[in-house]
Design a protein around this ligand. Sequence first.
Ligand SMILES: *[C@@H]1O[C@H](CO)[C@@H](O)[C@H](O)[C@H]1NC(C)=O
Ligand SMILES: *[C@@H]1O[C@H](CO)[C@@H](O)[C@H](O)[C@H]1NC(C)=O
Ligand SMILES: *[C@@H]1O[C@H](CO)[C@@H](O)[C@H](O)[C@H]1NC(C)=O
Ligand SMILES: *[C@@H]1O[C@H](CO)[C@@H](O)[C@H](O)[C@H]1NC(C)=O
Ligand SMILES: *[C@@H]1O[C@H](CO)[C@@H](O)[C@H](O)[C@H]1NC(C)=O
Ligand SMILES: *[C@@H]1O[C@H](CO)[C@@H](O)[C@H](O)[C@H]1NC(C)=O
Ligand SMILES: *[C@@H]1O[C@H](CO)[C@@H](O)[C@H](O)[C@H]1NC(C)=O
Ligand SMILES: *[C@@H]1O[C@H](CO)[C@@H](O)[C@H](O)[C@H]1NC(C)=O
Ligand SMILES: *[C@@H]1O[C@H](CO)[C@@H](O)[C@H](O)[C@H]1NC(C)=O
Length: 570
Amino acid sequence: MIFLLLLVSLTAVARAAVLVDFQVAQPPIVPSNVKQCTVQVLQRDFAFSFGHSEIVELVPPTDCGPVGSWSAITLNLTVTSNGTQFDRLGIFTFQNVEIWRTSTPEPTRGDGIIWTYIKDVSQYMPLFETAGTFIFQLDNLIEQGLDGIYSSVVHATYYASSQQHPPADKANLIVPLSTLANDTGNDASVPPGFSLNVTLPTNTVEIYAELFASGNGQEEFWYTNAANEFISSLPDGTTFGQGPFREVRLLIDGQVAGVALPYPVIFTGGIIPSFWRPITSYGALELPTYFLDVTPFAPLLSDGNPHNFTIDVPSAEADHTTNQNWFVSGLLQVITDSSSKRTTGKITKYVVEPFATTSATGSVSQSEFDVEITVQATHSVHIEADVIRGSGKTTHVVWTQDMSYSNLQVYTNDALTQFIKQTATGDTRSTHNGVSVVSDSFSYPLALNMTFLNPAFTSWTSEVDHSYDRTLQASPLVLGTTIHNHQITTGFFQTASTGNTGNGTSNNTFTYRDTAGNTYQRIVNAALNNITFDEQSGSLAPTNIPAVVEQALQANDRMFAPARLPGNSA
Ligand SMILES: *[C@@H]1O[C@H](CO)[C@@H](O)[C@H](O)[C@H]1NC(C)=O
Ligand SMILES: *[C@@H]1O[C@H](CO)[C@@H](O)[C@H](O)[C@H]1NC(C)=O
Ligand SMILES: *[C@@H]1O[C@H](CO)[C@@H](O)[C@H](O)[C@H]1NC(C)=O
Ligand SMILES: *[C@@H]1O[C@H](CO)[C@@H](O)[C@H](O)[C@H]1NC(C)=O
Ligand SMILES: *[C@@H]1O[C@H](CO)[C@@H](O)[C@H](O)[C@H]1NC(C)=O
Ligand SMILES: *[C@@H]1O[C@H](CO)[C@@H](O)[C@H](O)[C@H]1NC(C)=O
Ligand SMILES: *[C@@H]1O[C@H](CO)[C@@H](O)[C@H](O)[C@H]1NC(C)=O
Ligand SMILES: *[C@@H]1O[C@H](CO)[C@@H](O)[C@H](O)[C@H]1NC(C)=O
Ligand SMILES: *[C@@H]1O[C@H](CO)[C@@H](O)[C@H](O)[C@H]1NC(C)=O
């Protein structure tokens, strides 16, 4: 990776029809045979919007059953853009809690692009029960050569509950781990770590944390950053330092409560923008988030006093810091006891190293700039606690995490040829009196090769082989899910003062199943901006699109409209 090229936009070429971009994902799990209330949350043309978020008041509807009794809530973000623009990060904050992190596909010129993403926000039901400030931060810039405006509309749909579709499970309280700003997205920039005081109810008995984290700027391609001791062996400007290892940590009063290995989301301007037309990389429209069972800390946190929560993103370098920057935030789903008496108990075991155990090894060959670097890391967490509810019951909580990471970087031919192979795997689980509550088994392999075709680094070919394999039970409040996504892209890119050009192919295999028995599979391939193969199946597959092989389709605007909600077809 050459850092001058990290942010590229594909010069827009005129197209015959609007390009329908999408991220492969399962359709939201929502009932089809209940009353729905859809309200427009906001509409905004994000032109020069840096520092000017869209801020609106969102009021719960009263005509889809009692407020808070809904079976599901979804947000529909639909955006059009026409012109040239970089990918931009989008942060949705409601009641000072980040509820969705997204990014924008880079537009084309002529008929432009459109995309729709439906985000299931049912797990944030407690926030939607009262009127509050809803903020969509999409910091866009209009300047020389960048004229793409992101014209956005957001609708919220509330699904009534019924005998067959009961109200969604929900926490008693959702607490933000955020900047609490009222005029912009509530994520914090790190390093250094972000800390805030949190005071929880004294009858808190269960706490489930969700963390948001994404690398930006010099950290957008963090997995290509080289270990500091080898940076001087590479040509100037090849990549950034601070190595490729990153973990997201949550600390409570300075003690690590849990860690996460982030999935490397590639935004649509990443590596070769034409890889991601019209299929974005996995996670670009809904960035994955990370879940920790913080229940062992309930006895401590129920003392009625403020406690210092910290989110940070250490590296494997000696100073544990990173370049600028990561955007982080989090939230706590808090369950309180039926009794108002104070929760007691204590942590009975705490075996956690503050930082991962890491190593960086490598070789620099005789011929200049042939460099091979391997960075490895492991981190385990083992915390046990007895949590005694005011109502009497004692719960023994066991929280364990085992993380394993490796990253190989090979630079040859004066760094004109670069190969990165990273794997991050982990097993995380908690039990409450022996019953499994939170679990996360994941594997995020990434292989990236880049071949620069000239010493000026102005044209290159690349191949990315990237997977997201995860079996996740985020909390007792949501369905457990198993997702396998495999994406292989190949392409070519050339920068020029007269306009950038490129091409790409993308093959995707996605499977989903959950603990309610829902299933969904999609195999979808694209070449040169066109869908060449698309097959969807499973119980969640849209019934209006036959689950058959569709080959050599050219009119991707008609056939590949965003998947409709199951059962909503005429
Ligand atoms: C897109 O913008 C171009 C000007 O850059 C304009 O000619 C064209 O009509 C626009 N397309 C749409 C669909 O608005
Ligand atoms: C936003 O926060 C600032 C500073 O905390 C405060 O002065 C201002 O009144 C707040 N605005 C709203 C609309 O709450
Ligand atoms: C948290 O509160 C304590 C006092 O209880 C204060 O000393 C500290 O500065 C606060 N920390 C933050 C991050 O606000
Ligand atoms: C909160 O904890 C972090 C991490 O240990 C520490 O760096 C910070 O100084 C603490 N803040 C306060 C106000 O104690
Ligand atoms: C890397 O890219 C080249 C062509 O750009 C391709 O032939 C090769 O198979 C790719 N993959 C690996 C793992 O080298
Ligand atoms: C992409 O462009 C390069 C350079 O013009 C060309 O060699 C390659 O065949 C093209 N790829 C496809 C899939 O058309
Ligand atoms: C992508 O799938 C097509 C069939 O749709 C196949 O011809 C091609 O070889 C695949 N590409 C890769 C890189 O697997
Ligand atoms: C891609 O689709 C467009 C129409 O949407 C068509 O003009 C173009 O020829 C197609 N390209 C290929 C390589 O199929
Ligand atoms: C999402 O919103 C767009 C724009 O309002 C609308 O055209 C589309 O039908 C909606 N999709 C769903 C599934 O509700």
